[in-house]
Every structure is written in C-alpha cells, then in structure tokens.
Design a binder for this molecule. Structure first.
Ligand SMILES: Cc1ncc(COP(=O)(O)O)c(C=O)c1O
Length: 392
C-alpha cells in the first residue's frame, strides 16, 4: 500500500497534469500515422538498407555488444577513438568528443565551461538542452532577442573589461523556426568584444554546408568557433552527438563534463552505425539540394496562401497559428487527412506562438506537399465557416 504521503504526492501530480490540460499543453505519447512531417530523419537514412547491413555486420563482428562502463573506465573502445577522428575531419576541427545524446553534450559542454561570475549570451530561441546547460553552470545570462545582432552587441558591450569568460551560444538552424543564425556576424562580434562562440548544428548536420558539414563549415569558421556541436540522432539516423573543437577543449571535457564522465559509453558497434551513416550522408549532395529546393518551394506556396511562415531557409517550416488549442485542432484536422503532423506548444515555443512544425525529409514527395497546402486551406475554410455559423 502506498503511504498517505505518497498518495497525496501523486494526487498533486494529477492536478498538475489537469492544469496543463486546461491550457492545451498536456502531452501524451502517441504514434501518428500518415505522410511523415514530424521526423528529423532529414536524409531518410533510417530506412536505408545499406545502413541496416552495415549495422548488422558490425554487431556480428563485435567482441562486446555492451558499452561495459564509462569511457574513463572500460568503455573506451578503439572504435570510438577512430570515429572521433573521422568526425573531426568532417567538422574541420582538430578533435571531437562523442556524447550519448545531444542533450548530454550541450549540458556537459556548457556546465563545464562556465561557472558563477562568467557570462553567457544566448539566443532566446535556443534549445532546452542549451538552456539547461546554462542553468546548471550558474553563469550570468544575457538572453538576446532572436538573431538580433544589435541586442547582442549591446549586451557584449555591457560586460567589456570584466575578468570572466564570455561565451555566445546559438543554434545554427533553429529547431522550431527553421531560420539560420548569422554565424559569421556572431564570430565577428565575439572577436571584437573578447568572447567565444559555440554553435549547435543539430539541424544542420548532414543537411547544410559543403557535403553536409554544417553552417560553421559553410562560413569557413571551423577554427574560430570554440565548439560546434553535431548531433547524430537526426539526419545521421543514429543517436548521440559530437562536440567538435580543439584538442585542449576535448581534454577539458574528458576531465570536467559530468554528462560524459558519469555515463556509460555506447556499445562499440554503434560507432559503426554512425560512421556508416556519416559516409553515406557525405555523398548525398543531390538529396540535400532537392530537399532544400523542395522546402523553399513549399514555404513559398504557404506564404502565398497567407500563412505565417518564418523567414527561414531550411528543411524546417513552421506554420504559426498562435493559440495552443488552434494548433491542436489544426494538427488533428491534418492527421485526419493523412498527415503525421504535430502541434508545437509552449514551453517548446513562446506563448502565443503555437504552431505546426513541418520538417521535410528527402522522402517527402512534392505531391504530398501540394496536398498538405490544400488541406491547410480546407482547415482554414472549415474554421471560418464554423465561426460564421456561431456568430450572433
Ligand atoms: C538544437 C538541438 N540541440 C540539441 C538537441 C538534443 O539532441 P538529442 O536529441 O541528440 O539529445 C536537439 C534535439 O532535438 C536540438 O534540436
């Protein structure tokens, strides 16, 4: 029998969930069927037979199929070291270090680099893993308006001359808005005001830049940023993330990043999965071009139809509808029309900016996008008809 205390705690939790429900923010785990517009498998690699074959062969040949311990104990297999070299060559940096997830990488990186008294300059739309890493570090925060370089410049000026670490952190392709940070301008500002830059390339990895090497590489800034973070769970159809940077940064992380130190290594065969995916992805320039061209055309059609679509130039296209219940109703309508679409609500996005987030992959068909545009029009028409019917 649970104790009285525990029953009361569980009943508190239930009230919390009901409060979320009343704001249309209660989430549940559900698979959605239909044309998939909520996947980050941007190159469709998770269904590629050659990748499956490479994984099976690695599993068969593996001496150990478990991680066995953290990398500092028994989990430091040669496969990981080799892959970190390969990944650094891809990112154009001296070294890289693999973490079991992008979340762990951001938290470990930021919390080990910054401490109380340091200042971090963070774009207001940065991912939760960046926010949590900053919180854990205890550093002072300057949250600047999304991609607003003059706001950032003012914040940097306010801390000139302080004896502390100053780090600017940004996503390159923003996960919920699909727009792209001006990384060159950020690095220029950082160099003017004595700061360093960290770039989270999660949604750019294998999709943007030369051979998918990301926005930092597209700008030729591989050696001038402090770190670029590339994730493997999206276009690379695997899991985990690499923090790419200098040898001294890697050594610092091995010694101080708690999410690295106190976590079991991934099994060595998994390195073969990431390595194979990386090699396939590098050779997919045609697919990348088609994906980004298709996304541009789709965003243009939505804008023509009057939808509030961000000014981004990526495979992620948000369609901002405003209120949570509107976004939920639209997603439900589109699901009924055969589209796997999710409503994205606060706290993932700011209040009043609930949206449908369409993420396109190289498997998304042009016909599906035309049908989707029509279905959105049908949803708007049905909403307007309903509003007219209930108007006094
Ligand atoms: C910008 C960004 N950074 C980091 C992460 C975390 O990566 P992972 O899913 O590998 O934990 C995500 C995941 O959605 C992301 O969008």
């Amino acid at each position: 029998m649970p104790s009285e205390f525990q029953n009361s705690l569980l009943s508190d939790l239930e009230s919390g969930l009901r409060r979320l429900e009343s704001r249309s923010q209660r989430r549940s785990l559900q698979r959605v069927a239909g044309v998939n517009l909520c996947s980050n498998d941007y190159l469709g690699l998770s269904q590629r037979e050659e990748l499956r074959a490479a994984i099976l062969s690695a599993v068969r040949g593996a001496e150990y199929v478990g991680g066995t311990g953290s990398r500092l104990l028994s989990g430091h297999f040669a496969e990981w070291e080799k892959l970190e070299h390969e990944f650094a060559a891809f990112a154009g940096t001296e070294t890289s270090l693999y973490f079991g997830s992008g979340y762990a990488a951001n938290v470990g990186l930021l919390s080990s680099l910054l401490s109380k008294g340091d200042v971090v300059f963070s774009d207001e739309l940065n991912h939760a893993s960046i926010i949590d890493g900053i919180r854990l570090s205890g550093a002072r925060k300057e949250i600047y308006r999304h991609r607003d370089l003059s706001a950032l410049e003012s914040a940097l000026k306010a801390h000139v001359g302080e004896r502390c670490r100053r780090i600017i952190v940004t996503e390159s392709v923003f996960s919920m808005d699909g727009d792209v940070a001006d990384v060159s301008a950020l690095v220029a500002l950082a160099e003017r005001f004595g700061a360093s830059v960290i770039v989270d390339e999660a949604h750019a990895t294998a999709v943007h830049g030369p051979h998918g090497r990301g926005i930092v590489a597209a700008c030729g800034l591989e050696k001038r940023v402090l770190a670029a973070l590339h994730t493997c769970g999206k276009a690379l159809a695997s899991a985990g993330a690499f923090v790419c940077g200098s040898a001294v940064l890697k050594e610092h992380l091995v010694n101080h990043a708690r999410t690295f130190i106190f976590s079991t290594a991934m099994p060595p065969y998994f390195a073969a999965q990431i390595g194979a995916a990386l090699r396939f992805a590098c050779g997919m320039d045609f697919e990348r071009r088609e994906l980004l061209d298709g996304a541009r055309k789709f965003a243009h059609s939505l804008r023509e139809e009057g939808w509030d679509v961000s000014a981004g130039d990526s495979q992620i296209i948000p369609c901002i509808v405003g209120q949570n219940d509107e976004a939920l109703a639209a997603a439900e309508f589109l699901q009924g029309e055969g589209f796997a679409v999710r409503a994205i609500r606060p706290p993932t996005v700011p209040e009043g900016k609930a949206r449908l987030r369409f993420s396109l992959t190289s498997l998304t068909g042009a016909n599906d996008l035309t049908r989707l545009c029509d279905a959105l029009g049908a949803w708007r028409a049905s909403k307007e008809a309903h509003a007219a019917a209930v108007r006094p």
